[in-house]
Design a binder for this molecule. Structure first.
Ligand SMILES: NC(=O)c1ccc[n+]([C@@H]2O[C@H](COP(=O)([O-])OP(=O)(O)OC[C@H]3O[C@@H](n4cnc5c(N)ncnc54)[C@H](O)[C@@H]3O)[C@@H](O)[C@H]2O)c1
Length: 127
């Protein structure tokens, strides 16, 4: 499947790499251009045992790519995983601005149906 990962941090990079390892074609997006440049150059911005070899293997196989282009990311994945940060506010609640921004980007740029999966930790809404 064609999968986009929005937010290439601890959760996004590990999830995207594992999804490519099992045969999916994965594009990882981040707003942090330095992080994406490092990944494109073969570097790994986090420490996770075994991750570097898995990233290299799947990049070499053409199943794992990195971008800062929202348009490219929304156009790529039939499934869009949101894995951006949700830092705690002073009162302990989660700051959802990055999740909302990622969701808005999908809505603004999609031109075909998209399945959106939220992997960011967010409170369950109480209706
Ligand atoms: N790290 C963990 O062990 C862990 C465990 C359980 C849950 N979580 C949850 O998973 C989520 C992600 O955590 P993390 O540790 O991977 O965060 P992180 O800070 O390592 O990564 C988040 C990434 O999202 C990027 N980003 C922010 N806004 C963006 C946008 N609009 N478009 C694209 N990229 C954007 C940031 O630049 C950053 O690289 C959080 O909700 C966190 O609470 C994390």
């Amino acid at each position: 499947m064609k999968i986009s990962i929005i937010g290439t941090g601890y959760v996004g990079l590990v999830s995207g790499t594992c999804l490519s390892e099992v045969g999916n074609d994965v594009l990882c997006l981040d707003v942090d251009a330095a992080k994406i440049d490092m990944l494109k150059a073969g570097g790994i911005p986090i420490y996770e045992p075994g991750l570097e070899a898995m990233v290299k293997r799947n990049v070499a196989a053409g199943r794992l790519r990195f971008t800062t282009s929202v348009e490219e990311s929304v156009a790529w994945g039939t499934i869009q995983f949101i894995a951006v940060g949700t830092p705690p506010e002073e009162d302990g609640s989660a700051d959802l601005q990055y999740v909302v921004a990622a969701a808005r980007n999908i809505g603004r740029h999609m031109s075909a149906p998209r399945i959106v999966v939220d992997k960011s930790t967010v409170p369950a809404p109480i209706w």
